[in-house]
Design a protein around this ligand. Structure first.
Ligand code: ADP
Ligand code: MG
Length: 291
């Protein structure tokens, strides 16, 4: 009799995510904060969805809720039809700053999830080395995280999540601390991995170009408490290449996304008070208002 495989194979179906009327509050009384309110969101299996919105509007809270770290105050949240009540290996998270164990080698970091699930030493080693090859770090398996550049550390973070074959990968501004060139390489790598591993991705960013380049859809959240203010379909062909970044279609979508970000129902909102003080919003420095 053959045992069930420890890990689902790489072509296993990706998961659907459903949020219905989600409220998330922190604290009580005078210090209570409503981070997210009446949030409805559907993400189809295998879809790549980016989330944009002003600083403090609840983007990280949303990621924490889907990951199962942050309990809901009201509403429903299901992954593959099952209510989320705790973290699980079906949902991996990559944060802005890596959370790798500094005392473990790159390979041991990637093996960690497999070890927790009871994989034997040989299977762990082979699976981890295969994943490190996929993220271009085969030669760095025996290094320690602190010996790597920021981009390489994020590659290891991705490998550590993907080695568990999650059905959902949640990413909270994972490339925002990287320089522009490294960031573009990471975006290309992420698209290749997304294609290879058939994952559903929810990706928080404050970078409109990054959101368009990567996504099938961009969900724009309102000021806190966050709720969906706009949902933009990115109808650009795949595979996406660097040439796309300067194409007319890309610029058209960027214009649309910026209009949705700045021309919301909050005319007194930050989007209108950027450096230029202009009311058109078109020449504002996005970085200064959205993070
Ligand atoms: P974003 O990621 O969009 O910048 P967050 O989701 O981190 O925003 O935070 C949304 C709001 O919830 C903020 O006002 C923040 O201060 C508050 N908040 C987030 N996490 C907690 C927490 N654990 N306890 C109290 N308040 C929190
Ligand atoms: Mg955040």
């Amino acid at each position: 009799m053959s045992a069930a495989p420890l890990l689902p194979d790489a072509t296993a179906a990706s998961a659907a995510i459903e949020l219905r009327g989600v409220d998330i509050h922190f604290g009580d009384g005078k210090t209570a904060v409503r981070a997210v309110s009446e949030l409805d969101l559907d993400v189809a299996p295998g879809q790549f969805v980016s989330v944009l919105g002003p600083s403090g509007c609840g983007k990280s809270t949303l990621i924490g809720a889907i990951a199962g770290f942050t309990p809901l105050s009201a509403g429903e949240l299901r992954v593959d039809g099952r209510p989320v009540s705790a973290p699980g290996p079906d949902r991996g998270v990559v944060f802005q700053h890596h959370t790798l164990f500094p005392w473990k080698t790159v390979r041991s970091n990637v093996e960690f999830g497999l070890k927790m699930r009871g994989a034997g030493a040989r299977e762990r080693r082979e699976t981890a080395l295969g994943m490190l090859d996929s993220v271009g770090l085969a030669d760095f398996a025996n290094h320690y995280p602190w010996q790597l550049s920021g981009g390489m550390q994020q590659r290891v973070s991705l490998a550590r999540v993907l080695v568990n074959r999650p059905r959902v990968t949640l990413m909270d501004e994972p490339f925002c601390a990287l320089d522009a060139q490294t960031r573009l390489s990471m975006q290309e790598l992420l698209l290749a991995l997304w294609h290879e591993f058939h994952i559903t991705v929810v990706f928080v960013t404050h970078d409109v170009d990054e959101a368009i380049f990567l996504s099938d859809r961009i969900v724009v959240l309102s000021e806190r408490p966050g709720r969906v203010k706009a949902d933009l379909t990115v109808d650009l062909p795949r595979p996406r290449t660097r040439d796309l970044l300067t194409s007319i279609e890309f610029m058209r979508l960027k214009r649309e996304a910026l209009a949705l970000l700045f021309d919301g129902p909050e005319p007194g909102g930050l989007g209108y008070r950027g450096r230029t003080g202009a009311s058109s919003g078109r020449t504002l420095d996005l970085q200064s208002v959205v993070s």
